[in-house]
Design a protein around this ligand. Sequence first.
Ligand SMILES: CC(C)(COP(=O)(O)OP(=O)(O)OC[C@H]1O[C@@H](n2cnc3c(N)ncnc32)[C@H](O)[C@@H]1OP(=O)(O)O)[C@@H](O)C(=O)NCCC(=O)NCCS
Length: 418
Amino acid sequence: MTRRTDIDVRTVTEAEFPDWNRALNTGFLQPPAVAAEQLEARRRQFVPGRLLGAFDGDRCVATFRSFDQEITAVGGTLLQADAISNVTVTATHRRRGLLTRMMARDLAAAKDRGDVVATLIAAEYPIYGRYGFGPATTMTEWTVDVPRARLDPRWAAPEDGGRIDLVDGEDVRKLGPELHERLRRAQPGAVSRTDLWWQARTGAVNLSALPWTEPCYALYRSADGQVEGLASYRADDHWGDAKQPLNTATVDWLLAVTPDAERALWRYLCSIDWVQTVKSGWRAPDDLLPHLLPDPRAARITTQADWLWVRILDVVRALESRAYEGRGTLVLEVVDRGGPAGGRWRLEAGPDGASCAPTTESAHLVLDVGELATLWLGDESAVRLAALGRVREERAGAARVADALLRTSRRPWCPDMF
Ligand SMILES: CC(C)(COP(=O)(O)OP(=O)(O)OC[C@H]1O[C@@H](n2cnc3c(N)ncnc32)[C@H](O)[C@@H]1OP(=O)(O)O)[C@@H](O)C(=O)NCCC(=O)NCCS
């Protein structure tokens, strides 16, 4: 076995990019060969200095990519984030500390750049807590049993005077980005999207090793002609022995900036002839969907899991830049073994703003940096984390104070996988 120190962790050059992609495909259990078209598309994600690889001799055995992203804090402030993706270690070289080395290097660079947080979507729950990440948003997928929902079978168009049209990929590339901008600026936990995201989701480029198939795109316009919602979905072709249609429509993604748009798009998706089942795709846990149905039990939760993981790099900016509806003071003792967020911080917050600074006052609440990330976007309760032993109250009632300050009326959500 090659000794740990013989494996070089370094930034990847353009010349090494094909080999790095082969390792990436292998790590994600895809066919290792990278088609020329795929490589060309992925080159657009190549940012010098932001791709890391581990090399055993001249063979790439681990991959790691980060890129600039904006994340929306509670209240709508956009913060600079270090988004992490394409993390793999080839099975022959696992559990020798390669991920740990790449992560340490990337997080140190992110802190130096002034990024407030790092973000990622974790393939498996146990991987990233050790690096100071905590789950900060949740996703829910519903499976709707359409006949059970008791919707009016004669439905033909949105009741609010709006309309739904099927559009093509070019329309989506034209209209989607602005719609998404509106959504993500108002949605805590949402992140910025690149042009490449839209191109890849509409078949203009193919980043994946799998062949592209075109979905259907449904566009919602309000009564006064405003574009307020857009959904991409695919349907299968499944009939029962009694010659009855049993088709499933699966939503790839759905964006709605008004409740009317959300209502109209779900209503449309649950009214397509032959479709007996609608799979919602990865939604916010408090999506309106189940309660838009006369019988909400027709929407069964089929997946509910952690989604966006956040690593706080700058406690002061993270806490000062979010909004607070309540008013209060909290002294937080953040444990971050050698990391940049450790220390005792005094947060004074209210509807008119917040200040956060290091302090020597006694702590009210002691918590790991990962738990701070979990509380930061307001998705989780400090009282619940205290019951789990994941935060410790040093002052009676401090967890309730934290909840009154940090929790939000609607839950955070990240619509993106990256
Ligand atoms: C996850 C992955 C990148 C880990 O790489 P690695 O180089 O083996 O990780 P390290 O050796 O640096 O591990 C550091 C620690 O994390 C633990 N760890 C790593 N991956 C883990 C996993 N999937 N589950 C549980 N623990 C894990 C290691 O056991 C080790 O623990 P220790 O410090 O107590 O010994 C690698 O297993 C992999 O490529 N998996 C498949 C693709 C994948 O899931 N990528 C992540 C996409 S988000």
